[in-house]
Write a protein that binds this ligand. Sequence first.
Ligand SMILES: [Zn+2]
Length: 253
Amino acid sequence: MIIDFHTHAPERGEFSDFIKGMDENLIDVAVLCPLGSSVVEISRSNDYIHSLVKTYPDRLIGFASVMPREKDAAAVLEHYIKDYGFKGLKLHPPIQNFSPTDPLIAPVIEKAIELDIPVLFHTGPIYLQSAMTSYGSPLLIDELAIRYPEATFVMAHGDPLGCDPAIASKHPNVYCDTTLRLADLTRIMPNIGEFYLEQLRGDEKLIFGTDSNPTRTWRFKYNLDAIEKMAAPQESKEKILWKTAAKLLKLNN
Ligand SMILES: [Zn+2]
């Protein structure tokens, strides 16, 4: 079993290529995350993902996104979770232009806690000139997790060499996803996977993700190879590849 916890579906390319990429890499289920920098873009992305999940209900899980500083953001999130069946919230602070510690996003975080859904935050570098890199700082997720210990946060693109593993380790409900960062570092540091688990103080806090989309299906294998190369017991790899994700997505219920 493999769950890819972090993928995207921009409306370009053939979506069947994405499913083909999943099949070729033995990925059973993929979580699709919306992207956009305005209410219009985000709502369009949510709707598109909803249509894809309806087409491939056994293979895809949708995450919602909202512009979290909007007054109705918490109600909009509730609509996507309850009416669309989405199972989490994806937020991209640099692209959506907000700080994770902005008090205005409190209603959205509190709604995510009430709905008992994970919040996947982009963290780390961003290559879009207008996006504020500082909004992607893992230090802001640490501060948010101190403020909301009941919330479940996943730091996307967790950096084994930064503070990220310590932050995930010290908060019972904070996780890192492996998306791209682990694979990039494995190319130059083949032992980084073992180091990552050491810094995380165990294998309970790492979740597999790839950032694949229909025009970048090579990312499935690229990210999987890093897990394969990791010198860790099979039991740990199962947690990384699907068990922890299944717990957060409540797939057993
Ligand atoms: Zn992403």
